[in-house]
Design a protein around this ligand. Structure first.
Ligand code: CMX
Length: 441
């Protein structure tokens, strides 16, 4: 078998860091780096540093940086397919894993690796075929990942007996194999649900995103370009978001990549996280229908937002647990829309909603971020190319998110991160802690 250059490179970069990390902790482990409040415990641990994630870092004002590079920088600097202006997602995976920008050759190597590893065993499709037709695509996706667990090289190696120092090696194989297989699984779910169960064979001459578009049944170049952008910008959002954190947490029990990633996907399937991309389109369609199917005016959008809030619902696609400005992933999609579909009706509504919603949410004191997140725009771009089945959208997000959370999982095993096990208290215990804190204040 040919040498896997990426695997060699990863071992050269990551393995020395495990020893460096141990030394760092030995020397600095006793230092206090922060304090937290009761408020933070009751508000989902926001702002509490509780883990180390290598792949990306989120800044509240500026947005995500992958290994130090912002989204606009990556759209410029990452290698592209011939004739395209958007980056290849293989490149962002390489960057997250290795920590440096890939060359065109590096990206081609990742593409070839994934093509070679992409075979999905028949029992996965049989399992999907046996599900009731109304099973949500994200549930199917998670179940398919679980069904693929039969293929885990890490689980097999652990069962045989393997030294801790070697964990990263079979984990590398699992991570690469799983990422390689996901587009096929996702496309199968899509074609089974919405295209009369007529499936399209992969074309391994294409890059990962273009082949995914092809298997979904969208062969026009513009859709492939959109997939490359889409799969790049949804890849990671540092370590604390629900999908990344659940993957990391479950992986800390030495669950293999399939078990860990399925956990992450179950989190992504929640409406406050990735499912928001389908909820946005549902909300936009309901908004349009509420005003007899015509493009709503700013006044009508205002009225509909107020109605949504009065019904005790959230405005999907707006707000964020960390961000305090417009999400640069939203901006990237807005730019894509104005370049490739300037007259698109749904994109125009998205734009108008963007003009109306932030001032309304900004006036509501409890809402910390009135600005749009990544999910506010993605559906409109897909609809433009004819992909209207919005229940499927979170699966696309999940295929992309695999790149970040699985790169991180591999780093976790290479660095030897331990079992994660924070403490909890009862309400009574918390009251006692509050009384003690008051006394010493
Ligand atoms: N519409 C209505 N109310 C909102 C809101 C929105 N878009 N965003 C926040 N709020 C409300 C919260 O529900 C919360 O209300 P309660 O105190 O009554 O429970 C209050 O404002 C404070 O919330 P916050 O501190 O500003 O935000 P959180 O960190 O708790 O939650 C998020 C963040 C994303 C879950 C929230 O903004 C939200 O529900 N947005 C809509 C759903 C969405 O777009 N999710 C996708 C996020 C991106 C992703 O992960 O894909």
């Amino acid at each position: 078998m040919k040498t896997d250059k990426l695997k060699v490179k990863f071992s050269e970069v990551a393995l020395p860091m495990a020893a460096q990390m141990k030394d760092f902790v030995k020397e600095n482990g006793h230092l206090v780096i922060g304090q937290y409040t009761i408020d933070q415990v009751y508000s989902g641990m926001k702002g509490m540093i509780g883990m180390v994630t290598e792949t990306s870092k989120l800044d509240a004002e500026e947005g995500i940086r992958f290994r130090g590079y912002s989204i606009p920088e990556l759209r410029e600097k990452l290698p592209k397919a011939s004739g395209d202006t958007e980056p290849l997602p293989e490149g962002i995976f390489y960057l997250m894993l290795i920590g440096e920008l890939p060359t065109e050759e590096d990206v081609l190597n990742v593409s070839n690796q994934w093509a070679r590893r992409s075979n999905v065993p028949k029992h996965v499709f049989d399992m999907l075929d046996s599900l009731p037709a109304n099973t949500h695509p994200m549930t199917q996706f998670s179940m398919a990942v679980m069904a693929l667990q039969t293929e885990s090289i890490f689980a097999a190696a652990y069962r045989k007996g393997i030294s801790k120092k070697e964990y990263w090696d079979p984990m590398y194989e699992d991570v690469m194999n799983l990422i390689a297989r996901l587009p096929r699984v996702a496309a199968y779910i899509y074609r089974k649900n919405y295209k009369n169960n007529v499936h399209i064979e992969p074309d391994h001459k294409l890059d990962w995103a273009a082949n995914f578009a092809h298997m979904l049944g969208y062969d026009e170049y513009d859709f492939k370009r959109l997939m490359r952008l889409y799969l790049t910008i949804h890849a990671d959002h540092e370590g604390g978001n629900v999908s990344a954190h659940s993957t990391h947490l479950v992986g800390s029990a030495l669950s293999d990549a399939y078990l860990s990633f399925a956990a992450g996907m179950n989190g992504l399937a929640g409406p406050l996280h990735g499912l928001a991309n389908q909820e946005v389109v549902r909300w936009l369609i309901d908004l349009r229908n509420y005003y007899d199917g015509a493009a709503p005016s700013k006044e009508q959008i205002h009225e509909y937002v107020v109605k949504t809030m009065e019904e005790g619902k959230v405005v999907p696609g707006y707000g964020h647990a960390v961000l305090r400005k417009t999400d640069p992933r939203f901006t990237a999609q807005m730019e894509f829309a104005s370049k490739y579909m300037p007259d698109d009706d749904m994109c125009k509504i998205v734009q108008r909603v963007y003009e109306v919603v932030p001032p309304i949410l900004d006036n509501i004191k409890k809402i910390k971020n009135p600005w749009p997140n990544v999910d506010a725009h993605s559906g409109a771009l897909l609809i433009h190319y004819g992909m209207e089945e919005y229940d499927f959208y979170t699966v696309l997000f999940g295929v992309s998110r695999s790149l970040g959370v699985l790169a991180s999982l591999l780093w976790d095993r290479a660095l030897g991160h331990p079992l994660e096990r924070p403490s909890s208290v009862t309400t009574q215990g918390m009251h006692a802690l509050a009384a003690k804190a008051k006394q010493s204040a």
